[in-house]
Ligand binder design. Structure first.
Ligand SMILES: *Cc1c(COP(=O)(O)O)cnc(C)c1O
Length: 384
């Protein structure tokens, strides 16, 4: 290979990623202070400064999750690593695991549970639907599982599932509850203690305005007792929550090399959230969601999920008849540089998935988005 050919394949110089408006389901826009945090000098993963950073994150997470005596920690991996940690530590071969299955991420939870040897029972519903209190109680009382799993904010459908009754019914039969809070944390209230969740996991790149890479978790006292009482260790060494909890909050003995820069980023993102106030942040997202829905309905479009079950930060808008949603997405990306997502699985071609998270959740940004969305629809021949 000649030198010129090599240059053609391997260009030198710094990265120049395009500037995008991330109006999709995640990753979402990163706060400028978080970008700055990523460029700070790293210290060792056992350095007292880093131990302090981990401690700060655990404190901030308590507020974000809404827990007082729950344990909080961070898994080095994206949201799916948190999901797998939940499964690998609370499901043993033969464990009966009841799953509320109404979207893509409950299917992923099912798949992981099966791989860990669980006996999975599923309550299936169409994508976008939610469970009533009576349905939740009836399912759990009938199945009497050891572990229950549900997705709080189902990113594939835009539906928000309240967990209170699920948790009450599960505790009645002595089961632990795993709640997927990947999309909800930082954007809409999780209320870990009040809901009664035992194990919650999330990610950094959706409601927390941070790049992808970490999975914050919370565990109830009940969950911690289960871990302490476990005699056969989890089949996953890397995701062993006993070991990670010991490293991050108790002995600070080496388990794995924590990704220092990402912890800085998360620390800063949580600090930005604390400065705004988590309740104010939820309220801002709620306000922008109302404005957004009013806007799209004003354009003659309809929402996939009924008003009372919508996730404020992730909107599923029905694709109007005769419109090719992929072309709209391409138009938005090629023109104003806006990223949104389409539906998949049973919702492929049927919905747009539009996120309004963190820095994008302002009145101005909603108006900007609606204008561009309107233009894109008209360019595709849809009359409004
Ligand atoms: C994004 C998401 C996940 C997976 O998280 P990754 O960070 O992509 O690994 C799990 N559950 C829900 C509800 C999600 O939205």
């Amino acid at each position: 290979m000649s030198a010129t050919e090599q240059t053609a394949v391997m260009p030198f110089g710094t990265l120049q990623p395009p500037r995008r408006y991330l109006f999709g389901p995640g990753p979402s826009m990163v706060h400028p202070r978080v970008y700055e945090a990523l460029s700070k000098p790293i210290v060792g993963h056992l350095d007292p400064y880093f131990i302090q950073v981990m401690g700060d994150i655990q404190q901030f997470l308590k507020t974000a999750f809404g827990t007082q005596d729950g344990a909080t920690l961070v898994i080095s991996g994206t949201g799916s690593a948190g999901m797998e940690a939940a499964v690998a530590n609370f499901v043993e071969p033969g464990t009966k695991f009841a799953i509320f299955a109404n979207g893509y991420f409950s299917d992923r939870l099912t798949e992981m549970a099966k791989r860990h040897g669980a006996n999975v029972v599923r309550f299936e519903k169409a994508w976008g639907e939610t469970y009533t209190d009576d349905e939740a109680k009836e399912f759990i009382r009938r199945e009497k599982p050891k572990v229950v799993g549900y997705v709080h904010a189902e990113t594939s459908t835009g539906a928000l599932q309240s967990g209170r009754t699920i948790c009450d019914a599960a505790h009645e039969v002595g089961a632990l509850v795993i709640g997927d809070c990947v999309t909800s944390l930082g954007g809409v209230p999780v209320e870990f203690d009040r809901t009664g969740i035992d194990i919650a996991y999330s990610c950094t790149q959706k409601g927390l305005s941070c790049p992808p890479g970490l999975s914050p978790m919370a565990m109830s006292q009940r969950a911690m007792e289960f871990l302490r009482a476990r005699t056969i260790p989890s089949r996953s060494w890397y995701l062993d929550l006993k070991l990670i909890h010991d490293y991050s909050t108790v002995s600070h003995r080496y388990h794995h090399t924590a990704p220092i820069s990402m912890f800085y980023a998360l620390r800063e993102a949580l600090s930005v959230i604390a400065e705004e106030g988590i309740e104010n942040r939820w309220e801002r997202h709620r306000r922008c969601n109302k404005l957004f829905v009013k806007g799209v309905e004003g354009m003659g479009l309809s929402m996939h999920v009924p008003a009372e079950h919508r996730i404020a930060t992730l909107n599923t808008v029905c694709v109007p008849a005769g419109v090719d949603e992929a072309k709209i997405r391409k138009h938005l990306l090629d023109g104003p540089g806006i990223e949104i997502a389409g539906g998949f699985g049973p919702l492929a071609g049927k919905v747009f998935r539009i996120g309004l998270m963190g820095p994008l959740a302002t009145e101005d940004n909603v108006q900007f988005f609606l204008q561009e969305f309107n233009k894109a629809l008209r360019a595709q021949g849809h009359s409004i």
